[in-house]
Design a protein around this ligand. Structure first.
Ligand code: FO1
Length: 326
């Protein structure tokens, strides 16, 4: 049984997870996929709890996501949102689709009834046959706050969707994360995994919060499986999202090699055994390898089911290599 654990944010994480699921299906191998998802993007708005990364994964795995817009449900309408905004509720720059609101209402109701975040996410998992299990990184509320260089601060979602990351960030913080615990099942999944994959998600605001939950880095260090990361940068530019605005806050260049360096080699106190980087960045491969990380140079563009499955297969192939087969 192949037990694959993926650490992921929203859109990049969803595409990559779909690719891994497709690769495993094509291989015909018995498998379980567990996605440990970022909850730093979560927020309260108009009395409902939103979980953008969890919902992106959920909708994408269920095949009901809006692929053009990149978030929300395909074919959604916005009647409730129009009415909410007519009342002056919500955020004028933020759209809550009608179908999407059904998810938020269900989630908020269960939370109000006393369910934990992971119990709620388990219920969301149960509606569709996802071929994967999504776990929140933690049950604690640790929403990402952006401290701007002008001295002000705001919720990550406001910075991202209202300001399109145009206001210079100084740092990103997740208040309370030092006291947070990994959600039930997270540490067990890492201990039992045959493959641990770090999706090509934003290293600062998607993977950063996951890795900041006390215990998760330690569990990665001890995991018996190889830890394989996938670069979110191709040819020196981010594939999607605005990681290039976030990386300077932690002093990291927007390059496949610099991000590999940020994660570091597992046998030198870091996270990675292997790093998948793009053909466009092949010149940087020797530098990454010199840092003690096995490098595979592969096509990283996930344009469709076939290219995503090929990338998923490349990530799974690391363990198939002799060194990790045990
Ligand atoms: N992104 C936008 O750019 N504009 C929106 O109005 C918006 C609404 C929205 C509602 C629910 C949800 O789960 C996600 C939503 N997103 C929206 C996407 C989201 O803000 C970000 O892309 C992610 O959080 C970044 O990972």
């Amino acid at each position: 049984m192949r037990r694959v654990v993926i650490l992921a944010g929203g859109v990049g994480g969803s595409r990559f997870t779909l690719g891994v699921r497709e690769a495993l299906r094509r291989r015909g191998e018995a498998h379980q996929i567990t996605v440990i998802a970022n909850t730093g993007d979560d927020l309260w708005l108009s009395g409902v709890r939103l979980q953008p990364d969890i919902d992106s994964l959920l909708y994408a795995l269920a095949g009901v996501n809006d692929t053009e817009r990149g978030w929300g449900r395909a074919g959604d309408t916005e009647r409730v949102n129009a009415e909410l905004q007519a009342w002056g509720g919500g955020w004028p720059w933020f759209t809550l689709g009608d179908l999407d609101l059904g998810t938020h209402l269900a989630r908020t109701g269960w939370l109000r009834d006393g369910a934990t975040v992971s119990e709620v996410v388990a219920r969301l998992n149960g509606r569709w046959d996802l071929g994967a299990r999504i776990l929140p990184m933690t049950d604690a509320e640790v929403d990402t706050i952006v401290h701007l260089r002008d001295g002000s601060r705001m919720h990550f979602q406001e910075w991202w969707t209202r300001h399109r990351a145009a206001r210079a960030p100084e740092r990103f913080v997740n208040p309370g994360i030092e006291q947070a615990h990994p959600a039930p099942g997270v540490l067990e999944a890492l201990a039992e995994a045959t493959d641990v994959l770090i999706a090509p998600s934003n290293p600062v605001v998607s993977l950063g919060p996951i890795l900041a939950v006390p215990g998760i880095r330690e569990a990665l260090a001890l995991a018996p499986a190889p830890v394989v990361g996938v670069s979110p940068v191709i040819g020196g530019a981010v594939v999607r999202g605005m990681a290039d605005v976030c990386l300077p806050t932690i002093g990291v260049e927007t390059s496949a090699a610099a991000i590999a360096g940020l994660y570091g080699a597992r046998d030198r106190g870091g996270l990675l055994d292997a790093w998948l980087m793009a053909e466009e960045d092949v010149a940087l491969a020797p530098g990454v390898a010199a840092g003690g990380i096995d490098v595979s140079v592969v096509p990283l563009w996930m344009r469709d089911a076939d290219t995503s499955a090929a990338l998923g297969d490349a990530a799974l192939s690391v363990r198939d290599d002799e060194g990790f087969a045990g």
